[in-house]
Design a protein around this ligand. Structure first.
Ligand SMILES: [Ca+2]
Length: 466
């Protein structure tokens, strides 16, 4: 064969491979606990995410590695455990700039290096749009260098990405503490809140990506239900007459724990009301959280609908991920940042069109660092040896397969969750909960089971050292 023929054959082969490579659509939802109908919250209206769960595999026991936005996104995007500060990815970027040490590449960069077009839209890393600076729009301060071909955040009347992050209706930006309402339901279209813009931009981008010859890795980040709980009134109205369930365990633990005073919640205007003391107000807060979930769900619906319209649905792996949980009054907490189950437990759904999934979901314990190796495995890429999670492909193929221990941290406080126990080690002492008899983690049994604590401590140490 002549040299020119060999080159042409190689080009044709590469093009064919590119055409058959599966796309990835990664949908990140901010502060979404497992408050979805498909995850057992019967009163929640979440038809689009529920439909995805029915088609794919819902991981009912998915745990994040850190219960706040920046560190959790760090673990998802790097496939490694990391710092537990919100600027974890910016610190990583600084290391790259200083060039003092070897820094592992991120998941989007890995896909980019394997022939993918990588696009980020909305809140995927910690800052919507992925830039730093005062208003999160400085092109010289990049949160994830070399990761994205394109990284976007539409802002319209919110002026800049920082404005969209805690934005309320029609361009209201968070200013001084206490001047912005903790919840709101203004009448209007989806675009009167920032996520409506994100969904519209995602639709535009899918049109472009679907015409591209290269496969795409498209990450879209929806900001709600993050505080403040603002969504168009039509979503709030859907909960008219719906019975908002009682908080199953509203009391602050009477022993040292990772309980905190819900500072993020109380920085907003709460009209001098306290949901820890005022049951009606607590219900109202929960109803607005529910409205934000339904609003986020509607945006997910639009994006998946567009994916179907572009004929890419059958060739796209869809992942829907909540960046951590949220205590809606559980343990007397209104917020994230604890190491209780409610702060670490979040939804994960994976749909791979090439795997016959039964839609029954899985109870296997898994964690956020598993997303990176799983997506490599499903897309047919090699799994980088620095990733600390495991591929979940075999669980997608067989949902009764067992998972593994999930490890989480916040500062020096650490926890592991097995399929039965949670062990928490903090400066305040040791906590042990048995989920078989105490699913709400209300009784610390550490002092009663020293041998078990010892065994779990060894498991935690091994996991951390991995
Ligand atoms: Ca978050």
């Amino acid at each position: 064969m002549k040299k020119i023929e060999i080159i042409l054959l190689c080009i044709v082969t590469m093009q064919l491979q590119a055409q058959t490579k599966k796309n990835v659509l990664l949908i990140c939802i901010d502060d979404l606990r497992t408050e979805l109908k498909s995850f057992g919250a019967d009163y929640i209206i979440s038809p689009n995410i529920d439909a995805l769960a029915k088609k794919g595999t819902a991981f009912y026991n998915h745990y994040v590695n850190s219960p706040s936005c920046g560190p959790s996104r760090y673990t998802m995007l790097t496939g490694t455990y990391g710092f537990s500060k919100n600027d974890a990815l910016f610190l990583r970027a600084k290391k790259i700039k200083e060039n003092k040490e070897n820094v592992n590449i991120t998941m989007p960069e890995w896909f980019k290096n394997n022939g993918y077009t990588t696009v980020s839209l909305g809140k995927v890393s910690h800052h919507p749009g992925g830039l730093g600076g005062k208003d999160w729009n400085d092109p010289n301060v990049i949160e994830m260098p070399n990761a994205w071909d394109k990284s976007m955040m539409p802002v319209k009347e919110w002026q800049h990405p920082r404005g969209t992050m805690h934005g309320l209706a029609n361009g209201e930006i968070r200013g001084k503490s206490g001047t912005m309402d903790v919840f709101q339901s203004t009448k209007g279209e989806d675009t009167i809140y920032p996520d409506g813009l994100v969904a519209n931009k995602a639709i535009e981008e899918l049109e472009i990506l679907s015409k591209n010859k290269k496969p795409f890795f498209f990450a879209v980040g929806i900001i709600k239900p993050h505080l403040p709980f603002g969504a168009p009134k039509k979503y709030y109205d859907m909960y008219d007459g719906v019975q908002i369930p009682e908080i199953p365990h509203p009391n602050k633990p009477n022993y040292p724990s990772t309980w905190h005073g819900s500072g993020e919640f109380f920085r907003y205007n709460t009209w001098s009301k306290d949901p820890r003391k005022d049951k009606e107000f607590a219900k109202e807060v929960r109803k607005h959280y529910a409205a934000c979930v339904t609003y986020a769900d509607a945006q997910v619906g639009k994006i998946i609908e567009k994916l179907k319209e572009t004929k890419q649905y059958k060739n796209t792996i869809i992942v829907l991920w909540g960046d951590h949980g949220w205590s809606l009054g559980d343990h007397g907490i209104w917020g994230k940042h604890s190491l209780f189950e409610e702060a670490l437990h979040s939804p994960l759904i994976i749909l791979d069109p090439s795997i016959k999934q039964c839609g029954k979901g899985t109870k296997a314990v898994v964690e956020t660092v598993d997303v990176f190796p799983t997506l490599c495995d499903l897309a047919g890429l090699s799994i980088p040896n620095f990733t600390q999670g495991v591929s979940l492909k075999s669980i997608l193929e067989n949902p009764v397969e067992k998972g593994h221990i999930a490890y989480s941290y916040r500062g020096a406080t650490k926890t592991i969750r097995t399929d039965r126990y949670r062990l928490i080690l903090s400066g305040n002492g040791t906590e042990l909960y048995d989920h078989q008899i105490d699913p709400y983690e209300t009784k610390n049994i550490a002092s009663e089971y020293p041998k078990l604590v010892k065994e779990l401590k060894i498991m935690l140490k091994q996991k951390y050292a991995k």
